[in-house]
Design a binder for this molecule. Sequence first.
Ligand SMILES: Nc1ncnc2c1ncn2[C@@H]1O[C@H](COP(=O)(O)OP(=O)(O)OP(=O)(O)O)[C@@H](O)[C@H]1O
Length: 255
Amino acid sequence: MSLVVEGLSKQYAKRIQALKQVTFQVNEGECIGIVGESGSGKSTLARILLGLDTYKEGKIRFNDRAIAPRKRSDLRQYRKSVQMVFQDATSTLNPKLPIWKSLLEPLDNFKEVTPSFFSEGSLSRKEMAEELLELVGLDKEMVDRYPDELSGGQKQRVSIARAISIEPSLLVCDEPTASLDVTVQVQILRLLKELQQKSNMTILFISHDIRAVSFLCERLIVLKSGSIVDQFQLSDIYHEERHPYTKALIQAAAI
Ligand SMILES: Nc1ncnc2c1ncn2[C@@H]1O[C@H](COP(=O)(O)OP(=O)(O)OP(=O)(O)O)[C@@H](O)[C@H]1O
């Protein structure tokens, strides 16, 4: 797996330059964090990376193939490899479907995928959903429940299970913990860390919270007003040469 973003710029209206010459690379098995305040361009970047938004300037290459957002066939292949976890798990899950049906949607879309983590032998669809729930630390009894019968943290676990069900080579998380209580945030971060270590999955974690990013990621990218102002290994977070903006984020988070 490799993702290369080169000189990516995105302009919404004449004066709104959401991304400016953004360049970075994500390598296999890495957990990389993109941190920035509100309005820094994080969601724009996430949407473009998922093929949900277009861009005119710059290049995105995934496994050495250009991602051209308008080509549907390319996009389908890409979606199989790149999955997303959003901030709002409620909107990810269809309120009219029991959890097990929502969980199986990606596997239904990509029938050619047989996840390596399923037990041997033929599993019924519900058993598959139960195994997915157990993978993210949820009780398998929850398969028949509906989203509004789950807590925020449980819903986020379901959306993580759903995203990893097809074993994507890259998982993009856009503020996955932002709407959760602090204690639940930590649990979700621990879960992501555990899943990443178990499967060597590559994670791109986008957040305004440098504390969360530094808990999970070994490399950090700092985005400010659409530009990357700093990029460093976690071990260098307190290094003197950090950008003043990074230092301010660290100080504000008291880490
Ligand atoms: N659809 C849009 N049309 C016009 N401007 C937009 C649109 N989406 C975002 N912007 C602008 O682009 C800039 C970056 O927004 P973006 O949502 O990517 O930031 P963000 O870092 O994700 O912020 P937040 O954490 O508040 O969601 C902002 O100035 C925003 O107002």
